[in-house]
Design a protein around this ligand. Sequence first.
Ligand SMILES: CC(C)(COP(=O)(O)OP(=O)(O)OC[C@H]1O[C@@H](n2cnc3c(N)ncnc32)[C@H](O)[C@@H]1OP(=O)(O)O)[C@@H](O)C(=O)NCCC(=O)NCCS
Length: 197
Amino acid sequence: MSDTPPIRPYWTGPRLRLRAMRVDDVDLWLAEEHDDHEAVHFLHYGTPLPTTRRDADAFAERYVDFANRRESIMWSIETHDGELVGGINLRSMDLKNGTFQTGTRIYRRHRGRGYGLEAKVLVLRYAFFELRYQKYEVRCLATNDPMVRHMARLGATLEGRIRRHVYTQGDYVDELAYGLTREEFEARLPDLEGASD
Ligand SMILES: CC(C)(COP(=O)(O)OP(=O)(O)OC[C@H]1O[C@@H](n2cnc3c(N)ncnc32)[C@H](O)[C@@H]1OP(=O)(O)O)[C@@H](O)C(=O)NCCC(=O)NCCS
């Protein structure tokens, strides 16, 4: 008997699959940009001008089929039935220091089911175990309660609070900095993969 671990299906979790972003995914993205005020606020750190069709087309052109993958690797997240539920990317990939960040967005009607965490575990597996990065770093607004809960569930450490860092809605908001090392991720994996079953 060999001790070689079995080769697992890499881009598939218990309920979700990650695949390259396609041009037709951008229509739902644009609709959410127009109507999901909370996500826009948390992702843009404030109130941007309304997203235009041209912005959406430029976004598609830049990232479909893993174009510009050195800048950002963009996946669409879908259920096993092929329903598009959101997107996730790997970015700020720093080869010298081995650090990286992600951006995650689950569309409104699919939140609160653990989809964000399931997709993130697939991306972190890839970043840590294939690309050999050593530390995951994330920043978010301190007012982003779903993200704060998401990072706690992941097992990330709150490493800092940058006070009064962002000005929006007439006030200053703190930014939170989280980190998770490869070793910490490995230790959390059995629980994380059990939780998203
Ligand atoms: C942050 C975000 C990605 C989290 O996505 P999500 O899929 O809702 O969150 P998680 O995967 O962490 O899911 C956990 C939630 O699902 C619930 N859940 C239900 N079934 C579950 C299951 N089978 N497994 C795990 N969690 C489950 C959990 O109880 C938890 O609920 P809670 O948040 O009310 O405590 C999402 O809120 C989002 O897209 N926000 C807008 C964009 C944004 O802010 N991005 C981050 C910018 S820094």
